[in-house]
Design a protein around this ligand. Structure first.
Ligand code: DX5
Ligand code: ZN
Length: 219
């Protein structure tokens, strides 16, 4: 699956930018990745719930909210209640990630847990039993257009193995620095869903970029 990140889109034309990846099958985004940043958990500020509510009205693509915010225990539920398909919180920010996952699921969303590049996977394996998505960050969260950190692929391989052996039931998603040069190694490590910001919205034709990334990931 390919999840274009609107962080690299033109924020003055968001509906058009979403429509650009909402076209014919093969070129259509599987998920639409929306980066919510609060200038506290990460040193950048993007958008919040009112914008997400408006985006949900203009697309049928499942919306994948990536909350890079403090206190997700309090704020994440609103994104689920608004109708997001998947709501991902950071394990480094969540106080009670198991209760949080239950709340997100009760509100009708898939629950996602994200880990920064320096955060190990092992301590959270039991927590991940309560989640539907694992978002492995392959850059330090905060900005688009950064260089892919290949070291995180070890965590992807471990997660893939636990999913394949039935220990976990997760979509393995990767975020940061995914492009034509890096997507193949991520696919080989076992990623199910690839977030791509600059590689999609920096391209002349975003829908062709989605198609090309998908073809490279799964030739
Ligand atoms: C970074 C965000 C990413 C970002 C990825 O903190 O979580 O979703 O949009 O951008 P690229 O694909 O350009 O690295
Ligand atoms: Zn993201």
């Amino acid at each position: 699956m390919i999840a274009p990140s609107i962080l690299s889109a033109d924020f003055a034309r968001l509906a058009d930018e979403i429509a650009a990846v909402d076209g014919e099958p093969g070129r259509r985004a599987d998920w639409l990745h929306v980066d919510v940043m609060d200038a506290h958990f990460v040193p950048n500020l993007t958008l919040g719930l009112p914008v997400v509510e408006s985006l949900l009205k203009v697309t049928d693509i499942p919306v994948d909210c990536h909350l890079m915010i403090e206190d997700p225990d309090r704020w994440a539920i609103g994104y689920a209640e608004a109708g997001s398909y998947n709501v991902t919180v950071h394990v480094e920010a969540a106080k009670d990630p198991i209760a949080l996952a239950k709340n997100l699921r009760s509100a009708g969303a898939k629950a996602g847990l994200s880990i920064k590049p320096g955060t190990p996977l092992e301590p959270y394996v039991d927590v991940l039993k309560h989640y539907d998505t694992l978002l492995v960050m392959s850059v330090e969260p905060g900005f688009g257009g950064q260089k892919f950190i290949a070291d995180v692929l070890d965590k992807v391989r471990k997660a893939r193995e636990m999913v394949d052996t039935g220990h976990l039931n997760l979509v393995v998603e990767i975020d940061g620095g995914i492009n034509a040069d890096t997507i193949e190694q991520a696919a080989e490590a076992g990623v199910d869903c690839f977030v791509a910001g600059s590689a999609v919205y920096g391209a002349e034709d975003p829908s062709r970029a989605v198609e090309a990334l998908r073809a490279t990931a799964a030739p």
